[in-house]
Ligand binder design. Structure first.
Ligand SMILES: [Zn+2]
Length: 272
């Protein structure tokens, strides 16, 4: 009898150890999200992040909560000698959270760390060819979404983007990759609402991607950065940058692409 009780007690402790920490983490995040973002932080975002000034008040209120949660919950790591201060955290968090400010549910829960480098950084990358030969190559990057738990960013590039004159925004780019990968593979199709939505998305994106790739191959000028012609994942990330940075131009030139992104992000930045 005593042995059975001990087994039961141990089982209960094990279950509690598994169940309780995620519950507490979720409650802590919800508390942070509903707490007011300090006024100094709001002022700083107003000054430092141009898109923040354009956002309608109701969306900004939700964004502020998400930013508060993000800054407190994520681990910001300065790499290559850089120290990440509150201002840097806020600038990154505001643009990352903008992507999910219109969407229901939880996002970025699995994301643990943001690694910030002073400028572009080098990562080793392995290539396997069809014969199984492995080649290691070094790549110089401004940002990288590394699985579901970390994102790497060059601070110099964070500062260079987000000014709305051109559609360059490394934070939006990498976090769009992150949302894309939430579905499993990073292939340019994030989590959508159902079969009809997937079918329409596939049709619009395949068409837009083919048109861009043909134009890029022919050396023609394109509205979307030709880097988007690399593959479907880059197309989605670059289109997302354009959607937030130069929304009216995107809506006028690629209305169907704009509508799909508007449906996914549940935001209409062209109207801001
Ligand atoms: Zn990319």
């Amino acid at each position: 009898m005593t042995a059975a009780l001990i087994v039961l007690a141990v089982a209960a402790a094990v279950i509690a150890a598994i169940v309780v920490p995620p519950l507490l983490a979720r409650r802590r995040r919800a508390r942070l999200r509903s707490a007011e973002l300090p006024v100094e932080s709001q002022r700083l975002l107003y000054r430092r992040v141009p898109i923040y000034r354009r956002i309608p008040a109701d969306i900004r209120a939700r964004l502020d909560g998400l930013v508060h949660e993000f800054v407190e919950d994520k681990n910001f790591v300065g790499c290559g000698g850089i120290e990440v201060d509150l201002e840097m955290k806020l600038v990154i968090a505001a643009q990352a959270c903008l992507l999910v400010a219109g969407r229901e549910g939880h996002h970025y829960d699995a994301l643990r760390s943001i690694l910030v480098y002073p400028g572009e950084f080098v990562v080793p990358e392995e290539w396997h060819d069809d014969d199984g030969v492995v080649t290691t190559e070094e790549r110089v990057l401004a940002g990288q979404a590394w699985g579901q738990d970390r994102i790497l960013l060059s601070w110099e590039d964070v500062e260079a983007g987000g000014h709305g004159e051109e559609a360059y925004n490394v934070v939006i780019h990498e976090f769009a990759h992150y949302l894309d990968e939430e579905e499993g593979a990073m292939n340019g199709t994030p989590a959508l609402d159902g079969p009809t939505h997937y079918a329409r998305w596939a049709e619009v994106f395949a068409h837009e991607f083919a048109v861009l790739r043909a134009a890029a191959d022919a050396g023609q000028d394109t509205f979307l950065d030709p880097y988007a012609a690399e593959d479907e994942a880059e197309f989605f990330a670059v289109a997302s940058e354009t959607f937030f940075e130069t929304p009216r131009e995107l809506r006028d030139r690629h209305p169907r692409l704009y509508r799909e992104l508007q449906g996914f992000y549940r935001l209409d930045p062209a109207s801001w």
